[in-house]
Design a protein around this ligand. Structure first.
Ligand SMILES: *Cc1c(COP(=O)(O)O)cnc(C)c1O
Ligand code: SF4
Length: 329
């Protein structure tokens, strides 16, 4: 049974030297101290590492998690807060940009530090965690009848203990105007063992549960989905929980039509509906992952030619000050 991060620590690798030994990578990588001592250090789960073939420094899964010197290069046009998200943070723990829905930063923790994460410079600014501090967030939601959907994000809300998550859902369920809760998570990919029967019981719809719950999975490459992940996803879908996916378009990771097609096809076969393909947010340290928008649009056109329509995600970009994400293709 997985609980707090401390009890999850056997699941994680945080030392670059250890990672390089495990994956038989060149010793020069760990010898760069700058990479180890950032405010967003290496963090990756062992089940994820087990999917990475040894000896390939350019593996698409490895690129997502291994700190690189390119993160420290001068990156004009990139900023620590690219989508203006943290100005919208009225009371701590809430992000509110779009009508009808809001985001609760439900946990400051993740089971991975994705090198391209647009919240990489705001790890510490989160977050109520134990249950006591939810009060002001819930009062804000209660006071605003326009909010029909609450998105639990973070960090990763599935880093919370089951009991904490259950109590948060119960407290949201008594707010009459809240109809849906969406859970944005990468945990079923990082640690499929997190999807226990107990967790499924917390999330499963039932005649007693008024709220509709939807899970949105963050996944970027078909090799992230091995058999244990497939089993974890099937558990959620079998329980009647709608599953959607979102991916970030990343140079060297998934910027080829064959890779995106294989990812989308694998997802629909597992009954996960591709929802969004995100254009990279221009966060400092992530410039080397950017794929130009015209290339992204061409990729989507080519995807449409090989996949059923429902398997093609919407290619979207965050833009400051707009009332929704902008659909590029
Ligand atoms: C992406 C996002 C949402 C959800 O947008 P949808 O288009 O409904 O998926 C909500 N709030 C914020 C701040 C977001 O960035
Ligand atoms: S799982 Fe999501 S929030 Fe966590 S580091 Fe990755 S992109 Fe960022």
């Amino acid at each position: 049974m997985i609980r707090k991060k401390s009890s999850m620590s056997p699941f994680f690798v945080t030392d670059i030297g250890e990672l390089c030994r495990l994956l038989e990578l060149p010793e020069e990588i760990p010898s760069r101290p700058q990479l180890q001592h950032t405010d967003f250090p290496l963090l990756v789960s062992r089940p994820f590492l087990a999917r990475i073939p040894k000896g390939n420094p350019n593996d698409p899964l490895l690129l997502q998690v291994l700190p690189r010197p390119a993160e420290f290069a001068e990156q004009p046009g990139y900023s620590p807060n690219p989508v203006g998200e943290f100005q919208t943070n009225k009371s701590s723990g809430i992000l509110r940009k779009y009508p009808g829905r809001l985001v609760i930063v439900a946990s400051g923790d993740c089971a991975v530090h994705c090198r391209f994460c647009f919240r990489r410079h705001f790890r510490q600014s989160a977050v109520p965690n134990g249950g006591v501090e939810w009060g002001s967030i819930l009062r804000e939601i209660e006071a605003d009848e326009s909010i029909r959907e609450v998105i639990l994000s973070g960090g990763d809300p599935l880093m919370l203990e089951d009991a904490t998550l259950a109590s948060l859902l119960a407290r949201l369920a008594v707010i009459p105007h809240v109809q849906r809760v969406r859970v944005h998570t990468r945990l079923p990919i990082m640690i499929p063992q997190r999807v226990t029967e107990e967790l499924v019981a917390v999330l499963r719809p039932s005649s007693k549960r008024r709220l509709t719950l939807i899970v949105v999975l963050h996944v970027n490459h078909p090799a992230e989905i091995d058999e244990p992940v497939a089993v974890a996803l099937a558990r959620l879908v079998d329980a009647g929980i709608p599953l959607l996916s979102q991916s970030v378009l990343l140079r060297g990771v998934n910027d080829r039509v064959e890779v995106l097609a294989a990812l989308c096809e694998r997802l629909i076969n597992l009954r996960v509906m591709p929802y969004y393909l995100h254009q990279l947010d221009r966060v400092t340290g992530a410039a080397h992952f950017e794929v130009p928008e015209n290339v992204g649009m061409e990729l989507i056109r080519n995807l449409r030619a090989v996949l059923p329509g429902y398997a093609v995600p919407r290619y979207v970009r965050e833009s400051v000050g707009e009332s929704s994400k902008r659909v590029l293709a």
